[in-house]
Design a protein around this ligand. Sequence first.
Ligand SMILES: O=C(O)CCC(=O)C(=O)O
Ligand SMILES: [Fe+2]
Length: 462
Amino acid sequence: MALNYSLFAVFYKWKHLTCGEDGEHLGQSEEEQWEKPKSKLTRKHKHCTFGDKGELPLGYICTSVVRGMLHPSTGEYQFIPSVVIRYMASLLDESIAISPTTVSVQELIKRPLDSVPKRFIRLDSTPQAGPSDLNGLPTIDMKKLLGITSDSSDESFNGELGRLHFSCREWGIFQLVNHGVSSSFLQQLRHEIEGFFKLPLKEKMKYKANPGESDGYGNVVRTEKNHLDWGDRLFMTINPISKRKPHLFPELPPSLRSTLETYIQELKKIAIQILKCLAICLGIDTNLMMDLFKEEKGLETLRATYYPPCPQPELVVGLTPHSDATAITILHQITNCVNGLQIKRNGMWFPVDIPDDAFIVNMGDIMEIISNGAYPSIEHRAMVNTESERISVAMFFNPRLDAQVGPAASLVSPKSPARFRRFIMDEYVKGFFAHPMNGKSYLNGLKIMNEASDGDDLKEEA
Ligand SMILES: O=C(O)CCC(=O)C(=O)O
Ligand SMILES: [Fe+2]
């Protein structure tokens, strides 16, 4: 059934709309409920309740306004009777009534929900390991990476640098401790980000993603089958500053903005040192690597995700399986103790237990490309639970948009030909957002199938 918003607008004005108790519909099929409501009424349905408007007598015209909704194309916030909203929710799987960017799971769970709407239901036959099966991720001590340069002695390679190389090659992910960002500051960050998600929907929608853009607030469909994830996001380009959307970062509540600004600066320092160390481990000239991530030009984005509790967590996914389209990502689970990140290893999903205040660093597709496959990106997803909300903040570090990216020249030889095509970063990013989120499928599209590659094509740039 293809119902669109204008049809709902007609329902809204419909003068004979009646309902059962607590706004429930009457009748067998949903069409009937709307077409012949009166014929189905019984004494049992003597009154109906509309949210804070209290009980309304039988047959009362449903014009009480109790909830709001965003118009899919104008983005305007509009009040709609709760009964219409419930009906719309029941149609989520079949209807285009709610446009992808206007769904807020946080709003959805404010209503009584026994089961999740069909559009959120995902089936995944990949085996799932138990919570303790992973035995923790490798741990890297940031303090020990500080001060390492390409002139450092071989000793450092035997120590933390060696562990870093191993973690990236064998795991593609590690937890970072002693990173220097204080617990009290992380508390403040938590307070600010939670505050953002607690804002009324109307406020948050000032930051909504504009049509065709990836930056902004909302639950954006990125899957082939138009499934929705069980989470609301705020995604923003942070650097270069000229790429910040005027209605987003600059317009955030000032205390959130300044906390984020400090956080971003701290993470940037960490990311740059890690990238330098990775270049050393891989045998890439650190200057070439740093040129890609030039401080004012490197592409940096941030995604804060709010995962509400879910009545049927086994049926939904908080964040669709994907690998990050970045060089490296630094993830902070701001709701300590509430886990949800899972990684795919040996064809199996493993839940990750993130220690309080540790950061998670993972390799993205760009690092897999630069390293010519030596540091594979890790496929991961986020899952939810029945009890607690969870919030994560991921910061993505990428080469500058005008950089030509491909396997580092020093890693390509006749024996080890380039495994990936070269491209301009800007085109890669645009292509990524136009591509459905589906494991590592975007990266796979950049693979050179014919292993014999043209070495001359590989310039000195990393
Ligand atoms: O919330 C998480 O644990 C994962 C977030 C993530 O993978 C992302 O934002 O790309
Ligand atoms: Fe991710």
